[in-house]
Design a protein around this ligand. Structure first.
Ligand code: AMP
Ligand code: GLY
Length: 424
C-alpha cells in the first residue's frame, strides 16, 4: 500500500519511521517532510492546507492511507474533504472529522462536551465582548491564579495564567475587546486553576473501539527547571512513572470511555488519535485539554515503544475493527531530548550546518526543523531534532541521548540538560 504522512516535524518523522517498518507499505510519501523523512520516503513539496494539491498527489501516487500529523488541516476539514469526494472516499484518512476536531479547535466546545458527559475537568464559564462584566464577576468568585483561555487555535499561546485579579481582568479585556489573539479570543474560557502534576495520555480510536497508548510527559519551557518561555516542547519521557495501572484505570473509566461514547453519541466521526492533556490532582485525573492529534515531542517517545505493526493498526482504524487487533507496547522507558536553534522560541537563525549525525549510536534521531542543502543537512526551524533513546530506567535512556548529543553540532545549538528532572 502507498501511504502519505502529512506534516514536517519530529512527530511526522517518527510516524514515517514506524510506518516504514511495516511489511504492508509499498511507497511512503511525506508532505512536505524534512531532511529526516527524505531518507525514509519521498518528500512532496506541497502546501498541506491546499486540499486540492493533496488530492492531486494522492491520486497521482495511488495513495490509500493518509496519516495527518498536525491539527490545522484536521480543524480545516481534511477528513471531510476526502469523504465527500467520490475519487477520494475510499482513502483511509487517520484523523477526526472537522466537527470532531472542534475538541481542539474550540476550548468552549470541549468544555461543553466534557460537562455533558461528566468528564472531570476544571470548573469554567465562557465569555464574549458582550458579557465582559459577567467575566469580571466570575473572576471575583475564583481564587488566584486565574486561567484564561482563548477559545480558538492560537499556536499554543492562547492560555494565560495570572496571579493577580486585576491583571486577569485587564487581560480578559485585552482578549475580548482588543482581540489580543485575533479572532481566537472572541470567546474566552475562564477556568479554575488545577494544582497537580501534568501528563498526557494518548488514545487511538476507530470511532467505536479504542486502544490506550503509552503515557508521556513533555517539558514545555525553554529553561532548565521549567522556567522561561513556553516552547512546542523540549523533551519527553514515556511512560510517566506515577501514571501506574491504577491511575490509568481511572483515566480509562472516567475519561476515555465517556469521551469515545460521547463522540459516538454526538455523531462526531472520529478515526484517529486523541491526545488527552491531564492534571493529576491528588491521584485523580482531570482533563486540561484535548488535542485531536499526537503530541510533538511526545510522539518521539510514544510511537517507538509500540511494537505492533502501525500500518495494520491504522488499517483497523479505517475498518472500525481495532478490537480485533493486538496492541503490544514495550516495557522499556523512552526519552527524547530536543535540540533547538539558539534564540528559540523567539527569533533565531536558520541554515546552520548540522554535523555528527553519522556517529550517533543506540539512539534514534528524529528530524524536526531540518532540510537538505545538497548533501548537507541544515537547520530550518526552531526545534531542529529530537534524540530518542530506550533504557530500563529514565536515567539509562537519558544517558544515551545526552552521550549522542555530545557529538552533534550546529552553530548556536541549545537544549535542556534536565529532561525528566522531576521524575527521577
Ligand atoms: P492548554 O493549551 O489548555 O494545554 O494550556 C496550556 C498550559 O496551561 C497547560 O499545559 C497547563 O500547564 C496550563 N493549564 C491550562 N489549564 C489549566 C488549569 N485549569 N489549571 C492549571 N493549569 C492549567
Ligand atoms: N507537546 C505539546 C503538543 O504537541 O501540543
Amino acid at each position: 500500500m502507498n501511504i502519505l504522512v502529512i506534516g514536517s516535524g519530529g512527530r511526522e518523522h517518527t510516524f514515517a519511521y514506524k510506518i516504514s517498518q511495516s511489511s504492508k507499505v509499498n511507497q511512503l510519501f511525506i508532505a512536505p517532510g524534512n531532511a529526516g523523512t527524505a531518507s525514509l520516503g519521498q518528500n512532496l513539496a506541497i502546501d498541506i492546507s491546499d486540499f486540492e494539491a493533496v488530492k492531486n498527489v494522492v491520486l497521482k501516487n495511488n495513495i490509500e492511507m493518509v496519516v495527518v500529523g498536525p491539527e490545522a488541516p484536521l480543524v480545516q476539514g481534511i477528513y471531510d474533504y476526502f469523504k465527500n469526494d467520490p475519487e477520494l472516499q475510499k482513502v483511509n484518512v487517520v484523523g477526526p472529522s472537522k466537527d470532531a476536531a472542534q475538541l481542539e479547535g474550540s476550548k468552549e466546545f470541549s468544555k461543553i462536551f466534557m460537562e455533558k458527559y461528566n468528564i472531570p475537568t476544571a470548573r469554567y464559564q465562557s465569555f464574549t465582548k458582550d458579557t465582559l462584566h459577567q467575566g469580571f464577576e466570575f473572576l471575583e468568585t475564583l481564587d488566584s491564579p486565574y486561567v484564561l483561555k482563548a477559545d480558538g487555535l492560537a499556536a499554543g499561546k492562547g492560555v494565560l495564567i495570572l496571579d493577580s485579579l486585576q491583571e486577569a481582568k485587564d487581560e480578559l479585556q485585552e482578549m475580548l475587546e482588543n482581540a489580543k489573539f485575533g479572532n481566537a479570543s472572541a470567546t474566552v474560557v475562564i477556568e479554575e486553576f488545577l494544582k497537580g502534576i501534568e501528563l498526557s495520555v494518548f488514545v487511538l480510536t476507530d470511532g467505536k473501539n479504542y486502544k490506550i497508548l503509552p503515557s508521556a510527559k513533555d517539558y514545555k519551557r525553554i529553561g532548565e527547571g521549567d522556567v522561561g518561555l513556553n516552547t512546542g516542547g523540549m523533551g519527553a519521557i514515556s511512560p510517566v512513572p506515577f501514571a501506574d495501572q491504577d491511575f490509568i484505570d481511572k483515566v480509562e473509566s472516567r475519561i476515555i470511555i465517556p469521551t469515545v461514547r460521547g463522540l459516538q453519541n454526538d455523531g462526531l466521526d472520529y478515526k484517529g488519535f486523541i491526545f488527552i492533556g491531564l492534571m493529576n490532582v491528588g491521584g485523580y485525573p482531570y482533563v486540561i485539554e484535548y488535542n485531536v492529534r499526537m503530541g510533538d515531542p511526545e510522539t518521539e517517545v510514544v510511537l517507538p515503544r509500540i511494537e505492533s505493526d502501525l500500518v495494520e493498526i491504522f488499517d483497523a482504524v479505517g475498518t472500525q475493527s481495532l478490537d480485533q487487533k493486538d496492541f503490544i507496547v514495550s516495557d522499556k522507558t523512552a526519552t527524547t531530548v530536543m535540540l533547538v536553534s539558539g534564540g528559540y522560541p523567539e527569533s533565531y537563525e536558520k541554515g546552520k550546518l548540522i554535523s555528527g549525525l553519522e556517529v550517533v549510536k543506540d539512539s534514534l534521531v528524529f528530524h524536526a526543523g531540518t532540510k537538505l542543502d545538497g548533501e548537507d543537512v541544515v537547520t530550518s526551524g526552531g526545534r531542529v531534532m529530537a534524540i530518542t533513546s530506550f533504557g530500563e530506567t529514565i536515567e539509562e535512556a537519558l544517558a544515551k541521548s545526552y552521550d549522542n548529543i555530545a557529538n552533534i553540532r550546529f552553530d548556536k545549538m541549545n537544549y535542556r540538560r534536565d529532561i525528566g528532572f522531576d521524575l527521577k
